[in-house]
Structures are given as structure tokens and as C-alpha cells.
Design a protein around this ligand. Sequence first.
Ligand code: SF4
Ligand code: SF4
Length: 193
Amino acid sequence: MQELNTKKRGKGMGQENNELLLTHIGPIKEMIQTCIQCGTCTASCPNTKFMDMTPRHMWRLLLTDHADVIFSSKSFIMCSSCYYCTLRCPRGLELTAAMSLLKQAALKLKLKRFRRSSLFYEAFLDSVKKHGRVKEMEFMTHYFMSMKNPLLPLGYAALGTRLLAKGKIRPDFSFGGKGKLTALFEKTAQLEG
Ligand code: SF4
Ligand code: SF4
């Protein structure tokens, strides 16, 4: 694999992380090797308004060995895995899977700027692992505690109140669980190496 262009190195990306990045990015680059830069993925994506870099731009950076720049953006974190881009790509590329691999790489690289997203996903998956579904109160409590910021819940108070009022979430504080999906998660981790 070629060297990364360090002139545009992402914020907080040290030499050690750069080497790790090269290891993680290789398989993703392979997946999008035949991209023709048509932009259909960008035009299909419902979340581009939340992204500071379009999906097409991301693939271009990957193909030109500027993957580190992608990690100075949070665009791939905004992917909601809707699969529109995957369905519409004229080259049949597995773009949603590529987005997931970028998220996994950000987790494994332990980049500070993705800490919040990482802890959010961890709390979400922990709840799914225990109950086979998300228990909202437990999930958010776990997330708030991991963030160690006592003021953080205030930012969610209005949303939480609205969701409770509409019956979208239940005030269930019976925490704990039997780990219904633990075996499934362990098997997946084993397969992913
Ligand atoms: S839709 Fe496919 S071919 Fe077109 S820019 Fe996106 S990844 Fe490339
Ligand atoms: S899978 Fe992700 S990147 Fe693709 S269209 Fe959906 S939100 Fe956008």
C-alpha cells in the first residue's frame, strides 16, 4: 500500500495511528476500487446535509491515499446504514459496509474526536446485547455515565420529555439483564478477528 499524504494529516493522527490506519484502510480501499466518481451515492444519501464531506468525496480521498483526511471529518459517523447508496451505485459497490468499516477503524484507532460517538455506540450495543433490544433509559444512563459530564443529560431533557409524553419511550429503570445476545456478539467478534 502507498504512503499516506501526511501534508493533509487528520487532527491528532500520530505516526503510530497512521500505521494502524494503513492496516485498517486497505480492505476498504479494495472495496471501492472501481468507483467511477459518478456521485450517485451522494445524490442518494439522506444524510449529506449532516456531513461535512460527501460520500463521493470520501471515496475519492481513499482512492488517492488521503484516507487520513477522512478521519478529520465526521461524515462517515453520520451514515445511518440506510443502504440507498449501496442499492444505487452503478458499480454495485458495498458502500454501506465500507462506511461501517470506517466507523470500526475510528473505534480501533481510539481517536479522541470520535470518543463521544464511540461511547454512544458502546452503550447502545451493550443494551442490545443484554436485552435483545434497546432499553432507552438504561442505554442513555450508561452513555451519560461513560461521558463523565454531569451537564450532558440537560441537553437531552427536552427531547426525553417529548418522547415520554408521546409514549415513544417508557420510564423503565430496571437495569441489568441476562445477556441474551452475548453469545452472538462473541461469535461475531471472533469472526471479525
Ligand atoms: S455511486 Fe458508486 S461509482 Fe458512483 S461515486 Fe458513488 S461509489 Fe463511486
Ligand atoms: S448507507 Fe449511509 S452513506 Fe449510504 S446513503 Fe445511507 S446514510 Fe448515506
